[in-house]
Design a protein around this ligand. Structure first.
Ligand code: PLP
Length: 416
C-alpha cells in the first residue's frame, strides 16, 4: 500500500511498481524534482504532438485564461469555439459541416454513437445496431467499451455492454473476407460502422492498408450505413498525414477527434458530422433536440489551446517534422526487423511497432510490466501493449533521444 490516496488508471497498485513523480516537461522529455530525465516516447499516452510546453499553446492558454475561463455552452457561445469550429470545417472534407464539442475521446465516441442513433430515430427509421472492427478500442465509458474489443479489460462490465456486429480485422491476405463480412452485415441495415482508420491503437498497433479503408467506406455508402471514423489516436499527424482518412481519400459521415486536438496540452474533443445528421435534429419540435452535454463543453481555454494547435499546423513546418520523424523511425526499425526475437515489425507514419517473440505465453503476462520497468530505469517512458513494443514520440524528439529509445528497446531484447 502506498501513502498516496490516488488510484491511478490502468494501474495494478498491488504489484508495487514505483510511480515516478514528474515535476516538469519540455519538448519530448519529462523531469522529476531532482532533474532526472525520461524521454516521453509514447507522447504521454498518444496526446502530445508538437512537444510538451509548446510556447504558442502555453501563451494561448495564458491569454484566454485572463479573458474568459468557462461558459455554459447551451444557448451561449464564445470566440475561441467559433474560430476553432470554423477552422476544423475548413481543414476537413466539405461534407463535414457541423462540430459538436466534448471533453475526451471516449465522450466524442459516445456523441458519435448518439448522433448516429439520433439520426435514424429522428427520420423515423428503426436502426440501432452498430458494426465494429475486431480488436478495436474506442474508450472506457460503457458505450465506448460496447463498441470495443471484449476482454480482461472490461470483463466485469460485460453484462452492461450492448450487442454489436463484429467485422474480422483485415489481416494481411484476408482483406477480402473482411470486406465480404462488412457487406453482408450492412445488408442487415445497421445504424453505423465505427472504425479506427488504418491502425488499431490499443488493440496492438495493428495496421491495415488504405485501400481496405476506402473499400469499407464505399460499402457503407452503398448501403446507407453511417461511417464513423474514430481518429482520436490517428488524428493530428500520427499516421503521416493530418488525418488517417486523408491517406485513403475517405470522407466519413462522423469523425471523432481528441488527444492531439490541443497539441496534447489540455482535454478537449470534437465530433464532426455531415449536414443530414444535423438536419435530422433541426426542427421547431423540441423533442428532436440532440440531448447531450457535459459541464465543460467547449471550455474556452481548451478551445484557445486547440486554436493555437491549428495555427501551428498552419504556420510551422509540421508536415516536414512528421516526415523526418517517420524516416528516422523507419531507419531504427529496420535495424531490428531481422532480429529473430522480433516479429511483425511495422510502421505507419510516425508510429513504429514490433512484437517480441515470446515462446511461453504464461511468460507474456509478466512481460509488459518487466519491460516498462526496464525502460523506466533507462530514462525512457515506453508502455508496451502485451508483447507489442511501440514508439510514438512527439514530433520534436531529437535524433539523439530517439536513438536512446531504440537502444533501450534493443537492450531489452538482450536482457529479457
Ligand atoms: C484513446 C482513445 C480513445 C479514448 O480517448 P480518451 O480521451 O482516453 O477517452 C478513443 N478512441 C481511440 C482510437 C483512442 O485511441
Amino acid at each position: 500500500m502506498t501513502n498516496s490516496p490516488i488510484w491511478h488508471p490502468f494501474t495494478q497498485h498491488g504489484l508495487g511498481d514505483p510511480i515516478p513523480l514528474i515535476a516538469r516537461a519540455d519538448g519530448a522529455c519529462l523531469y522529476d524534482a531532482d532533474g532526472q530525465r525520461w524521454i516521453d516516447a509514447i507522447s504521454s499516452w498518444w496526446v502530445t504532438t508538437h512537444g510538451h510546453g509548446h510556447p504558442r499553446i502555453m501563451a494561448a492558454i495564458r491569454e484566454q485564461s485572463e479573458k474568459l475561463d468557462q461558459l455554459i455552452f447551451a444557448g451561449w457561445t464564445h470566440e475561441p469555439a467559433e474560430t476553432l469550429a470554423a477552422e476544423l470545417i475548413r481543414i476537413t472534407p466539405d461534407p463535414l459541416t457541423r462540430v459538436f464539442f466534448s471533453d475526451s475521446g471516449s465522450t466524442s465516441v459516445e456523441v458519435a454513437l448518439k448522433m448516429a442513433l439520433g439520426y435514424w430515430f429522428n427520420i423515423g427509421e428503426a436502426r440501432s445496431r452498430i458494426l465494429v472492427m475486431e480488436h478495436s478500442y474506442h474508450g472506457d465509458t460503457i458505450g465506448a467499451m460496447s463498441v470495443g474489443e471484449r476482454g480482461v479489460y472490461n470483463r466485469a462490465w460485460q453484462p452492461l455492454l450492448f450487442d454489436v456486429g463484429t467485422i474480422p480485422f483485415p489481416r494481411d491476405g484476408q482483406e477480402q473476407a473482411s470486406l465480404d463480412a462488412l457487406e453482408a452485415a450492412c445488408a442487415q441495415k445497421p445504424a453505423a460502422f465505427i472504425v479506427e482508420p488504418l491502425i488499431l491503437g490499443a488493440g496492438g498497433m495493428l495496421v491495415y492498408p488504405a485501400w481496405v479503408l476506402a473499400e469499407m467506406r464505399a460499402i457503407c455508402a452503398r448501403h446507407g450505413v453511417l461511417f464513423i471514423a474514430d481518429e482520436v489516436m490517428t488524428g493530428w499527424g500520427r499516421t503521416g498525414t493530418r488525418f488517417a482518412c486523408d491517406q485513403a481519400g475517405v470522407t466519413p459521415d462522423i469523425v471523432c477527434l481528441s488527444k492531439g486536438l490541443t497539441g496534447g496540452a489540455i482535454p478537449l474533443a470534437v465530433t464532426l458530422c455531415i449536414e443530414p445528421i444535423f438536419a435530422a435534429h433541426f426542427s421547431a419540435d423540441r423533442s428532436k433536440t440532440f440531448y447531450h452535454s457535459s459541464s465543460y463543453t467547449a471550455n474556452p481555454i481548451a478551445c484557445a489551446a486547440a486554436g493555437a494547435n491549428l495555427a501551428i499546423w498552419r504556420d510551422e513546418p509540421v508536415q516536414h517534422r512528421i516526415d523526418a520523424l517517420a524516416d528516422a523511425q523507419a531507419a531504427h526499425l529496420s535495424l531490428l526487423a531481422h532480429d529473430p526475437r522480433v516479429r511483425n515489425p511495422r510502421r505507419l507514419g510516425t508510429i513504429a511497432a514490433l512484437d517480441i517473440a515470446v515462446p511461453d505465453s504464461g511468460y507474456l503476462s509478466t512481460l509488459a510490466p518487466r519491460l516498462i520497468a526496464y525502460y523506466r530505469d533507462r530514462g525512457v517512458l515506453l508502455r508496451p501493449l502485451g508483447n507489442t513494443v511501440y514508439v510514438m514520440p512527439p514530433y520534436c524528439i531529437t535524433p539523439d533521444d530517439l536513438a536512446q529509445v531504440w537502444a533501450a528497446i534493443a537492450g531489452s531484447l538482450d536482457e529479457l
